[in-house]
Every structure is written in structure tokens, then in C-alpha cells.
Design a protein. Structure first.
Length: 67
């Protein structure tokens, strides 16, 4: 879920291994008002983390990471 007081225009998903190398990345697709979907193409091993970058209409960027 990505929300903003203006409008979220882009959500990018990156999956990184335990060393920080990119395993895969791509653009999420808006799936409803505030929901965005991204389907992985490969399994990630233990220690992998997900980095999500959201951009709003004025160009502000926010990143969140999950392990």
C-alpha cells in the first residue's frame, strides 16, 4: 500500500541478496486506489530483503526496506 497527500505515481520494487546485490527489480502496477502489485520472477534465498521506492506527483521519493 502506498499513499500520499498528492498522488503516488510510481512504485519500484528491488529484491536484494544478503550482500546487497540486486536479484531482481521492476515496476509495481497500481491495483486499486492505494494498492500496488509486483510479482517476483524467482525465489530469493534466506537473508534477502525487499526495497520499495515510491515517487509522488511532485517528484518526492520515499524508500522502505523489509528483511
Amino acid at each position: 500500500m502506498a499513499v500520499d497527500d498528492v498522488q503516488v505515481t510510481q512504485v519500484k520494487v528491488s529484491i536484494l541478496d544478503d550482500t546487497g546485490a540486486v536479484l531482481e527489480e521492476g515496476e509495481a502496477v497500481q491495483d486499486g486506489d492505494s494498492w500496488w502489485s509486483y510479482v517476483t520472477t524467482a525465489a530469493a534465498g534466506s537473508g534477502a530483503r525487499v526495497l520499495v521506492t515510491a515517487r509522488d506527483l511532485p517528484g518526492n521519493v520515499v524508500e522502505m526496506a523489509w528483511t
